[in-house]
Write a protein that binds this ligand. Structure first.
Ligand code: IPE
Ligand code: IPE
Ligand code: MG
Length: 224
């Protein structure tokens, strides 16, 4: 079975920098560069949906200076990537509650989504102020307001990820073996991969090896 939707928890930027006696910001910068690299790998490998955990609803607990840097980095990323997305036929989408970000940043996110809406080789989904529990809360609220019946389908179709298939494969870099509130509903039957490699060191080679292992796994979905 092929991987249609790959989700990645890009963890380990801070430790990558600390190992080099550099400030954590430095790791985030390298991590942002790695996004481009791995997205190109996914294009090459024929993956149609790539979800990347960039900022969680829990990351607000970090020092304000680090939060400010991450927001600035996101701003810069969205500006720089415009042409690349278009040239590579990549559709950009965001998930998470972006209403908390500055108006200008929200507009930039929407603009890039609009700008690339005809692109169809790969959809890159950036999780921004995303947390599964918050997404479910917002979804249930929406369904309740619309007097909708609650079924697995109606929930799935009202999530931030309504337009995307469920996650086939989930990778977490950085050595921790947990989901940290990422795509819990969508990953119900995902194959999980954990690697000690820190995100800025993650490579096409390691991704290709994981996909190889994925192809050997037997997905039963509860059957026999
Ligand atoms: C992941 O790297 C990136 C974000 C959460 C934005 P971390 O910043 O969590 O790096 P470590 O886990 O501290 O090394
Ligand atoms: C998960 O990493 C969030 C992102 C990669 C954006 P964290 O570093 O925030 O996760 P915990 O705190 O180790 O669980
Ligand atoms: Mg971390």
């Amino acid at each position: 079975m092929e991987v249609k939707h790959l989700a990645i928890i890009m963890d380990g930027n801070g430790r990558w920098a600390q190992k080099r006696l550099k400030p954590r910001f430095f790791g985030h910068q390298e991590g942002a560069k790695k996004i481009q690299n791995i997205t190109e790998s996914c294009l090459y490998l024929g993956i149609k949906y790539l979800s990347l955990y960039a900022f969680s609803t829990e990351n607000w607990k970090r020092p304000q200076k680090e939060i400010d840097f991450l927001i600035q980095l996101l701003n810069q990323y969205l500006t720089q990537k415009k042409q690349i997305y278009l040239d590579s036929n990549i559709r950009f989408r965001s998930i998470g509650d972006i209403s908390i970000f500055p108006q200008k940043l929200q507009a930039k996110i929407k603009e890039l989504e609009n700008f690339t809406k005809h692109c169809n080789k790969l959809t890159q989904i950036l999780a921004l102020n995303y947390g599964s529990k918050d997404e479910l809360r917002r979804t249930f609220l929406k369904l309740h307001k619309n007097n909708s019946i609650i079924t697995q389908e109606s929930i799935t179709q009202s999530l931030d990820t309504a337009d995307f298939p469920e996650v086939d494969m989930l990778i977490r870099t950085g050595g921790e073996q947990r989901l940290s509130n990422f795509l819990l509903w969508q990953s119900a039957y995902a194959e999980l991969f954990f690697t000690k490699t820190l995100w800025p060191d993650f490579s096409h080679k390691e991704l290709a090896q994981m996909l190889e292992e994925f192809s050997l796994r037997q997905r039963r979905f509860g059957g026999i």
